[in-house]
Design a protein around this ligand. Structure first.
Ligand code: PMP
Ligand code: GLN
Length: 388
């Protein structure tokens, strides 16, 4: 095979995702998995039934249409209208993808040329770095710093160069739980317009905002024609294994992203698309109850973590809590997370892997709270016991 490395240089160092590593560790040790973000309770039974019904009725068992089934594209457009007053044409301005993950990949591959720069909040959700790299572009971090993790907008301005092609936003932000506020969104939008930048915005936690409200940047003046908004059913409906995501954007942007998407998966999740179309039409009460339940869980786990000695950075959104372990003398989050199952039977995720500069997040550790109350209480007790 010669001496040339097998793995494409662009993927160097990207190895196994931390989520896969930590979930495998949880399975191997039987520890409580507060690492990878997936709920331990499935979404609404009637939505699961809708998927079963679709399979039985032969809906979506064969290749669905490339952009997604019309029922789902219409339901996505209705959702954007209902919650944000945004109007999208289901035929030309909506694209169904294999989760938000594929939407991110397709957007990066479609919109970037080698040498382009992408500014994104650091810590980055892990697939951003990989997808920017696969597109041959360069990531430029705008580091969010504890305790508030608010973006420094002067710094953002200073990072923009003639090579900047797009801003990759994520609000609510994984892993910090930061939610962009109205003034921040308008300042970012102004910069995008002034410098003629595209914006790709990952809004998978749009229905998990506990303080303030989720505001899509696409709704701001001058943004609709330059924004690719991405979301997914995984988080909102607690079916992370179904992998139904979507893009909403102007017709030319959707056409560009679709061009890449059709050669990644072409289509996916046929029967689940029917079920997600029903899920998106659930009454407002579903969305409110879901948010309130997770809000209570956030508070439950925050208290448990504080009692165990962690410094807790209260998240305004998502279902993750970032903590700092320096408080009780720990120095390295990755080593801490690898040892935690042995030490006390709990799995968490080290935020250092989401930073280019590992020093920046060396002592940050993320816990998810999308688990049953008893599981969160048990995990808290275990963490308190190990602190001794
Ligand atoms: N973006 C962020 C910020 C996430 O946390 C996740 C994990 N759900 C994704 C994208 C991927 O979403 P999906 O499972 O729909 O591919
Ligand atoms: N979004 C999930 C998290 O942040 C992980 C999804 C994945 O494993 N790719 O925990």
């Amino acid at each position: 095979m010669g001496t040339r490395p097998l793995l494409n240089r662009r993927l160097d160092g990207l190895g196994t995702t931390i989520f896969a590593e930590m979930s495998a560790l949880a399975t191997a040790t039987g520890a409580i998995n507060l690492g990878q973000g997936f709920p331990d309770t499935d979404g609404p039974a009637e939505i699961a039934e809708a998927a079963v019904r679709a399979i039985r009725e032969g809906k979506g068992n064969q290749y669905p249409p490339g952009p997604g089934i019309p029922e789902l594209r219409t339901a996505i457009a209705e959702h954007q209208q209902r919650f944000y007053g945004l109007t999208f044409d289901p035929d030309t301005e909506v694209l169904v993808t294999a989760g938000a993950t594929e939407a991110i990949a397709a957007a990066m591959l479609a919109l970037l040329e080698p040498g382009d720069e992408v500014i994104a909040f650091e810590p980055f959700y892990d697939s951003y770095a990989a997808c920017i790299a696969m597109a041959g572009a360069t990531r430029v971090p705008l580091t969010l710093r504890a305790p508030d993790f608010r973006p420094d907008l002067d710094r953002l301005r200073s990072l923009i160069t003639p090579r900047t092609r797009l801003l990759l936003l994520n609000s609510p932000h994984n892993p910090t739980g930061m939610v962009l506020q109205a003034e921040e969104l308008s300042a970012i939008a102004d910069l995008a317009v002034e410098h003629d930048l595209l914006v790709v915005t990952d809004e998978v936690y749009e229905h998990l905002v506990f303080a303030g409200a989720h505001r899509p940047i696409a709704a701001l003046p001058g943004m609709r024609e330059r924004t690719v908004s991405i979301s997914s059913s995984g988080k909102t409906f607690s079916f992370t294994g179904w992998k139904v995501g979507w893009v909403t954007a102007s017709a030319p942007l959707v056409a560009a992203v679709r061009t890449a998407k059709q050669y990644l998966t072409y289509v996916s999740a046929g029967p689940f698309q029917y079920a997600v179309a029903e899920a998106l039409r659930l009454p407002d009460g579903y969305f409110t109850d879901f948010r309130e339940a997770l809000h209570r869980k956030r508070d439950l786990l925050s208290e448990g973590l504080r009692a165990a000695g962690f410094e807790v950075y209260q998240p305004d959104g998502t279902y993750f809590i970032t903590t700092d372990i320096a408080y009780f003398g720990e120095k390295d989050g990755l080593a801490f997370c690898r040892a935690l199952p042995e030490r006390c039977g709990v799995v968490a995720v080290p935020n250092s892997v989401f930073y280019d500069d590992p020093e920046a997040g060396r002592t940050q550790v993320r816990f998810t709270f999308c688990k049953k109350d008893d599981v969160l209480k048990d995990a808290s007790t275990r963490l308190q016991r190990f602190r001794g």
